[in-house]
Design a protein around this ligand. Sequence first.
Ligand code: NAI
Length: 273
Amino acid sequence: MSRFTGHTVIVTGGASGIGEATVRAIVREGGKVLIADLQEKEGEALAQQLGDAAIFQKTDVTNEADIIAAVARAEQALGPLTGMVNNAGIIGAVGSITETTVEAFDRTMAILSRAVFLGVKHATKAMKPHGKGAIVSLASSAGVMGGLGPHTYTMAKHGVVGLTKSAASELSGYGIRINAVAPGGTVTPLTAALTGGDTEAITEFIKSSTPLGIPCLPEDIAGGILYLLSDEARFVTGHTLAIDGGITTSVLNTSFHHDDSEILLHAGQRTEQ
Ligand code: NAI
């Protein structure tokens, strides 16, 4: 018996990047998945590869009717909903706050924040009668501190962390856990777009800007999502799990263990004087 045997999970944005790695990992561990994404070709191809364990449903996560339909189809085709992963995302509005249009702001918030609210709302409605379920939403290191993403993205991801805390006690009453993961830079099509699709360049950038000094892959994030979805995390709710190679551990974002040891030594001597 595998960790996700008997589980039915919806993964929004499951056709690419972190979502795709999550879909594959759940299926590998015995679960069934509904891939809810806008990308029809990629989503259908992934579902086909995974056989009976996965189905694709074209879904715009900003549209409440689409979320309701995805939940209904998952329950009807795969079984009672046990997990919801609110993962779909974009980078959205970029640039100076003074140049950000209301339209770009609203679109970004709709995908990154309102869609998470909709996912939580309708997954909860489905899970309540079963008295059990787990929801995991994608925040970001930009959801716990400033300076790690564009303004609207940062605001939206802080909202994800906020809803995760806010909803935890209400949902606990129904046996439903709600958590978030906060990835640092991860090598996916979303971040590769920042280097014009050059995966090698984005991998190198993530490596060099992360204290652990290794590139984060979608599978690293999927591992945390699966933990929070699984019964191993049965006592964990309202939590945001950083999977970021240490990027949010220090404002300096540097290590004193190597090159700066001399500075520390001198600072210590000055204190003693
Ligand atoms: P990705 O671009 O590889 O995949 C995102 C998926 O979401 C795509 O398949 C896309 O079609 C889908 N999507 C976008 N808008 C949608 C909509 N309105 N309705 C349905 N599906 C939609 O991106 P990645 O990197 O895998 O990102 C996944 C999540 O992780 C996002 O929420 C992102 O903000 C978050 N994240 C990513 C980080 C990274 O460095 N890659 C870091 C921190 C958080």
